[in-house]
Design a protein around this ligand. Structure first.
Ligand SMILES: Cc1cc2nc3c(=O)[nH]c(=O)nc-3n(C[C@H](O)[C@H](O)[C@H](O)COP(=O)(O)O)c2cc1C
Length: 305
């Protein structure tokens, strides 16, 4: 029994310390007490708490790397999902590595900036005063108070041409801040898909933002008002300024035969407040405060190439 021998060696070393001998004597004294002794009950309870605390701490430390890699995998799965590249049994790591390119964008200038985009955590950066800016109250329609100066966007490319632009979005609903992605065509105008990977709205009400049927309604919708649209002339969309985000969730079902329906998505039944939150967060991130400047530059570059 090599383990026992090892234990004996450790014990005999410990015996050299007086504190250990005192502790051992105390343990033996406690164990010799009757089971109805108050001192024994308290000592056993404290010992049990200590053992459990050590076990929980060890588990937390040992599982941390696994948690981090699972979180990263989950994020990649969400990005592939919104990009329409997630298939059953697909190797997420491989598809992500070959099809998705992460880039850092300066929200002020709309330009790409150098840096390790894969290592950049936009949510963490938003909480760091050195990497974020406060949003003026009158502009903070998404109720997020601060935003990171740099945003992490994801591109799906076909050769040099962009197939999808995936933009991170977040904003307040009714109970929670919703975090998600909006995927657009290379025109920076037509919606491919939306998803929310982190939210705490009520399941069955605001939580329906994750329902695939509702998410499917977004495909083909237009983000920005176009001044030549008859809907605009008739005032059927809220924002009359060309180039301003016009997309919104409406109460009830969109009548697709009516002009302006390309800017409208069905609101979530019984969840007007979450629906308003989604409208506001999409409009915020698609405005000049968010990605409008960047998307204008993408359109120009894509036209040239
Ligand atoms: C327990 C509970 C949970 C609710 N959760 C949500 C929610 O997640 N999102 C939301 O917009 N409204 C939620 N509501 C409803 C709102 O309070 C409000 O009535 C609703 O947004 C109005 O929507 P409607 O005009 O479509 O009926 C909840 C209500 C209750 C009682």
């Amino acid at each position: 029994m090599p383990n026992c021998q090892h234990l004996e060696k450790v014990c005999s070393k410990l015996e050299q310390y007086e504190q250990y001998r005192k502790f051992k004597a105390y343990c033996l004294k406690i164990l010799a007490l009757g089971n109805d002794s108050l001192e024994k009950t308290i000592a056993i309870a404290v010992a049990l708490c200590l053992v459990c605390a050590v076990l929980v701490s060890l588990a937390a430390v040992a599982l941390k790397p696994l948690q981090v890699s699972n979180k990263e995998l989950d994020m990649k799965t969400n990005i592939l999902d919104v990009a329409g590249l997630l298939e059953a049994n697909s190797d997420v790591e491989k598809v992500f590595a070959t099809q998705i390119e992460a880039k850092l964008v300066d929200l002020d200038t709309g330009e790409y900036v150098e840096g390790d985009a894969n290592a950049y955590d936009q949510r963490k950066a938003a909480k760091d005063p050195a990497q974020s800016v406060a949003i003026p109250k009158e502009k903070d329609i998404a109720h997020i108070r601060v935003k990171a100066k740099l945003a992490k966007v994801y591109l799906v490319k076909d050769g040099n041409a962009i197939k999808s632009i995936i933009l991170p979005i977040n904003g307040y609903g009714l109970w929670s801040t919703l975090y998600g992605f909006l995927a657009l065509d290379a025109d920076g105008q037509t919606v491919q898909s939306i998803n929310f990977y982190d939210q705490a709205e009520t399941p069955g009400l605001g939580g329906e933002v994750v329902n695939p049927k509702w998410r499917a309604l977004w495909k083909g919708k237009k983000v920005y008002a176009e001044s030549d649209q008859p809907s605009l002339e008739k005032g059927l969309i809220d924002e009359a300024d060309k180039g301003e985000p016009a997309l919104s969730l409406i109460k009830g079902t969109v009548d697709t035969s009516k002009p302006g329906s390309q800017y409208q998505v069905d609101g979530l039944a019984g969840a007007s407040l979450t629906s308003t939150g989604v409208t506001n967060l999409v409009r915020y991130w698609m405005s000049k405060e968010g990605f409008a400047t960047y998307l204008t530059k993408v359109r120009v570059t894509e036209k040239k190439s």
